[in-house]
Design a protein. Structure first.
Length: 839
RNA sequence: GCCCCCGUAGCCCAAUGGCAGAGGCAAACCCCUUAAAAGGGUUGGAGUGCGGGUUCGAGUCCCGCCGGGGGCACCA
């Protein structure tokens, strides 16, 4: 990008100081950046004030903190540019704003880099953090740098461990064995939320199932509240995110029904959303990996069952979940008894039943459930219609009939509708002790242990006598041992197990020989509460100062990508509720308003090395300047939309900023000139712009707000060139307004312009302009006169004209009269802008 | 398969149910200039994916298609 940004050498430069040195008014972004970055360091205009005596209303603005994977990229450029519009707006509005920054600095890439370079993950991590911090400062985001935090600092992750202990005490952190998602590439287990379509969310490798004992957070205990509290979010969160979370939590209502299995003492419970179809159950299915299957299989069928189970275990998630896959299964050689009609039905094992949903077993009603029907047809099992829907017999067509209808073949339920039958059968089951109403969730507990190094050690000591013993709070943090290079290489077990000195400890309870847990926490634990830490970043008595969080929280505005809909955002909501129950925070939802910015793509595709379509943020800034890049990000379209960098023009942004800068530089009226004496037409534009930009910023329509700033610039330019000229006080008013509005998006040029207008200090805290209502009223408006919906005439009328007067005026129009024969049937008047005459 | 969102000039995008165009890119032309760059200015161009409906009036509301994006997807 060999472009010269130095001051242009003008051939006409004269000796000594001159009044109109043209280079003086040249827009040189790089020079402004250097100058104002220094000034901001001195002036420190973005510090959040903790003083309780400060009367200003508080606002908390937060952007999702970055992972230090290298320098900032285009995506960061977008989020932070958008977030800064709101943060800076709040500064101008006179709020006491908290706008912090930190780093989500634990995670796998650091570890992989360390293995490659035979180094410690911290070296790579903290070097990248410094690079990003420098870039952020250049990018001019209004951060309070004094609150900076890094989750990989022991001062931070100590509190992950402290919180883990609290969760453990409350039974919300527990260990259990079972089939888990294993990423063979990253050599670690994953939470359900981190598996997308059977692949690792991080690296894209196909996930396999493994039987392992792991730590979990009991997020399912909060499933109901996570769902119900979304009512609080309806106003401030995008509907899309709420829908994704609702789907993910997946609440369903139905009944638990107890079936006896021949040869087994205890009845087996199944969950069904269609208890009304109980009389249509013709077989029973158990998940092959459920303990129940192993237990009840008959001797004669055991070999077949074990072979089947082994085959199923080999399948990857992608194969197992494929909708094209034919149903498979094996008869277990036993029968279950239908509790309502005493019928004997065969028990099968099949992998379309999941061991970890409901009770790992189902009653199969092939007539009214497609999956059961597919299975029944494959294995020749009977199909019995119990809900008459008017559709053809599923046994014949292969199409199950899950819809509404009238119950048949169902004893006491015959003749009832589906809804009536559900209520009735639940009543019958409850009376006879055979079942009860039940609710189920798709959400699973959060698997939080990871077999990797660069994360928070789980503060548990395994003692042969005492079991799982938490590391006492006063011994926290459990810091990471000093492992580097090859020692971190994934071997299927946690790297921490390699540090013998670290692993072998005394049991805090009995003093006997014991071992530390060698897993680390999912890094989503770190980000589940960091927003609370910012309120008191140096606090040593707990994860955060409860009093400070009470003052700042909850977060008024959160900005980040939608990819965290069921990851970070769900986990953070869960943590907040637990902390609420612990009495540590006073709110149940952490983020009042959420904005999901889109992605920056290029030529229709996500940027990637393999496509070679990457755009480098630093290079864009070098070429066009920070302000132009930020303006391009904000102006490209609605913030939620993706930005295709091939469709936008940072060069054009730079041109506009140059124009705006010249307007601000050319003002010749003195500071404090009374705008009331200035050009009325320009004043109207200025005040209309203030009014509109204010509303547009508050409703996130930043791209339109920028368009209005462009119009104001054009209007001022015109007044200077072909109106009353640069000395008119209205031009000063327009230029000063422009500087403040523009400072949300292009802070450098705004600061410099503000200074050239004769002001001192930073523009950042200058009060937001207020539109004069008198200047918003137009002298006359154009009224459209339609006949039968077609525009036939225009009238210049007073804005406060009455309906009757306007109608009269419209009917008096020659053009209208020419089209009317006789009295109109109807006249619709929307004063002062429209009259529609229906002939 | 089910659910959600989006289709407006060549392109990115505006438009409380009320004149389809605010802004930008690109294009063409003009001014400034010895020339170019920079700068200033002017102009043209869609009837809103398709088909119905409601309404005095539909880009906007309703129904059905088509296209694009996203979520869930053996969750009983």
């Amino acid at each position: 990008m060999g472009r010269d940004h130095g001051p242009r050498q003008c051939g006409t430069t004269t000796e000594g100081p001159t009044v109109s040195d043209r280079s003086e008014q040249q827009y040189d972004p790089q020079a402004l950046q250097a100058k104002w970055q220094r000034r901001w360091e001195e002036l420190d205009p973005f510090r959040a004030e903790e003083d309780p005596a400060d009367p200003r209303e508080r606002r908390y603005m937060l952007d999702m903190f970055p992972y230090p994977s290298g320098d900032l990229h285009m995506g960061h450029g977008e989020v932070f540019a958008i977030g800064d519009v709101l943060a800076r707006y709040w500064f101008h509005k006179g709020y006491n704003v908290l706008h912090p920054i930190g780093w989500d600095s634990f995670g796998l890439p650091a570890e992989n880099a360390a293995i490659r370079r035979n180094a410690h993950p911290a070296e790579w991590t903290y070097a990248n953090i410094e690079t990003q911090a420098t870039s952020f400062k250049r990018y001019g985001i209004s951060f309070d740098w004094s609150r900076r935090l890094h989750t990989s600092d022991p001062e931070y992750y100590k509190w992950n461990q402290w919180l883990f202990n609290r969760f453990f005490e409350r039974g919300l952190a527990y260990r259990k064995g079972g089939l888990v998602n294993w990423c063979p590439q990253d050599q670690t287990v994953l939470a359900n939320e981190q598996v997308v379509a059977g692949r690792c969310e991080r690296c894209g490798a196909e996930v396999v199932r493994r039987e392992l004992t792991q730590w979990y957070f009991k997020i399912t205990e909060y499933a109901d509240r996570l769902l119900d509290d979304m009512d609080q979010l309806e106003a401030g969160w995008p509907e899309r995110v709420l829908t994704i979370q609702r789907n993910w939590i997946g609440r369903s209502e139905g009944a638990d029904v107890r079936f006896r299995i021949e040869g087994r003492e205890e009845p087996v419970t199944v969950y069904t959303t269609r208890p009304d179809t109980l009389f249509g159950a013709t077989f029973f299915v158990v998940a092959p990996d459920a303990a129940l299957a192993e237990e009840i299989v008959s001797d004669g069928q055991r070999a077949a069952f074990e072979a089947y189970r082994a085959e199923v275990a080999k399948l990857s998630d992608i194969e197992r979940l494929s909708t094209e896959k034919e149903k498979t299964g094996v008869f277990l050689g036993v029968h279950a008894i239908n509790p309502v009609n005493g019928e004997r039905i065969p028990v099968w094992a099949a992998d379309y039943v999941l061991s970890d949903y409901g009770h790992g077993a189902i009653m199969a009603v092939p007539a009214h459930d497609q999956r059961d029907l597919d299975f029944a047809r494959k294995f020749g099992l009977p199909v019995r219609v119990v809900v008459h829907t008017g559709l053809a017999d599923p046994g014949e067509t292969g199409e199950a009939t899950p819809g509404e209808g009238t119950l048949v073949n169902s004893g006491p339920l015959d003749g009832l509708t589906k809804a009536e039958a559900i209520d009735r059968i639940i009543q019958i089951l409850e009376e006879r002790g055979l079942g009860k109403r039940a609710v189920n969730f798709r959400l699973r507990d959060w698997l939080l242990s990871r077999q990797r190094f660069w994360g928070t050690p789980i503060p548990i000591i395994h003692c042969p006598d005492c079991g799982e013993v938490p590391v006492p709070d006063e011994q926290l943090p459990v810091t990471l041992p000093d492992l580097r290079g090859e020692a971190l290489a994934p071997k299927g077990i946690a790297p921490l197990a390699n540090a013998a000195d670290w692993v072998n400890v005394e049991c805090p309870k009995c003093g006997g020989a014991a071992k530390r847990d060698t897993d680390t926490m999912d890094t989503f634990v770190d980000s589940s509460w960091y927003f609370l830490r910012y309120c008191s970043p140096g606090y040593t008595e707990g994860p955060f100062d409860v009093e400070q969080v009470r003052k700042w929280g909850p977060i008024d505005q959160y900005v980040g990508g939608i990819e965290h809909a069921v990851l970070h955002l769900l986990y953070a909501r869960f943590f907040t509720k637990v902390l609420y129950d612990m009495g540590m925070v006073g709110f149940t939802e952490p983020f009042v308003r959420l904005l999901n910015q889109g992605q920056v793509i290029n030529q229709g595709k996500a940027m990637s090395k393999s496509l070679g379509n990457g755009v480098d943020l630093g290079e864009q800034i070098d070429t066009y300047g920070v302000d132009a890049v930020r303006l391009t990000m904000v102006f490209a379209g609605p913030p939620e939309d993706d930005i295709d960098w091939a469709d936008v023009s940072p060069a054009a942004s730079q041109k506009f900023l140059s124009r705006a800068f010249r307007v601000m530089s050319e003002v010749t009226s003195p500071l404090g000139a009374d705008p009331a004496t200035g050009d009325l037409e320009l004043r109207r534009v200025t005040h209309r712009t203030i009014d509109e930009v204010t509303k547009l910023v508050e409703s996130y329509r930043f791209n339109v707000a920028v368009a209005r700033m462009m119009e104001l610039t054009t209007a001022a330019r015109r007044t200077i060139d072909s109106g009353p000229g640069a000395g008119d006080p209205a031009v000063r008013e327009a230029a000063e307004t422009l500087a403040v509005l523009l400072s949300l998006v292009a802070p450098y040029v705004a600061e410099e312009g503000w200074e050239r207008l004769g002001h001192t200090g930073s523009i950042a805290r200058v009060p937001w302009p207020v539109a004069d209502p008198a200047l918003l009223v137009q002298e006359s408006v154009t009224c459209v006169v339609q006949v039968a919906g077609k525009v036939r005439d225009r009238l210049e009328v007073s804005p406060d004209i009455g309906e009757d007067a306007l109608a009269e005026l419209a009917l008096a129009s020659e053009k209208v009269k020419a089209l009317l024969s006789g009295a109109p049937r109807r006249v619709i008047v929307r004063a002062p802008k429209l009259v529609n005459i229906v002939p």
